[in-house]
Ligand binder design. Structure first.
Ligand SMILES: C[S@@+](CC[C@H](N)C(=O)[O-])C[C@H]1O[C@@H](n2cnc3c(N)ncnc32)[C@H](O)[C@@H]1O
Length: 191
């Protein structure tokens, strides 16, 4: 959507990395559980997670609607001495190729209609790693999205990934990466 594109280009157009250069702590902690191979980073932003995956031996496709974000992601990849493939796409429209990926990473981008496409895009035995805010985040007063649709309801990821083998799940308030956040995090395998 063009409004999302403008909003994120504005945010990523500023100096510095809006979401930081460090990978998401949940991804970093569980990297050993993830099958190496072809990975897709959904709504990759400025690339912090895509680059971490590339540093860990994945062949990464990083997709996002913001060209400013992807430009920064390529810059950071060069800085870190790794290669990532970036694709400027609107994930509202994009169809993920069936059975293409060993891993899909979906961090802080809640698009419920995309979940069936993520499931389809994974190989059998492939895994998804997912994390985003739960409703309680709004009570913490630490920023984050405003609209209710961007927050997960209790146990919602378990419903969204029904039919997959749940390998790890947590939901609650955590202090990670130097900040407090209320999130749900999941790792699940396509069976
Ligand atoms: C909160 S950021 C998360 C970025 C990244 N996953 C991370 O954790 O660092 C949300 C991202 O979604 C992207 N985005 C928003 N709407 C999109 C759409 N329709 N298609 C693709 N990307 C979109 C934005 O450009 C932004 O990079």
């Amino acid at each position: 959507m063009r409004t999302d594109q403008n909003r994120w280009n504005k945010r990523f157009g500023k100096k510095g990395f809006a979401l930081g250069k460090e990978p998401n702590p949940f991804l970093k902690k569980h990297i050993h559980l993830l099958p190496r191979g072809k990975a897709l980073d959904i709504a990759a932003g400025e690339g912090r997670n895509a680059i971490y995956l590339a540093q860990n031996g994945f062949d990464v496709d990083a997709m996002d609607i913001s060209e400013k974000g992807l430009k920064k992601a390529q810059k950071l990849a060069r800085e870190k001495g790794v290669k990532i493939n970036t694709f400027l796409v609107d994930l509202d429209q994009f169809q993920i190729e069936k059975g293409r990926y060993d891993l899909v990473a979906n961090f802080y981008f809640l698009k419920r209609r995309l979940i069936p496409r993520i499931k389809k895009g994974l190989k059998k035995g492939g895994k998804v790693i997912f994390e985003t805010y739960i409703l309680e985040h709004r009570t913490l007063g630490v920023g984050g999205p405003k609209q209710a649709k961007y927050f997960l309801k209790p146990n919602e990821p378990l419903r969204l990934f029904k039919g997959f083998r749940i390998l790890f799940y947590r939901e609650g308030i955590f202090r990670e990466g130097g900040r407090k956040k209320a999130v749900a995090s999941l790792i699940a395998e396509k069976i």
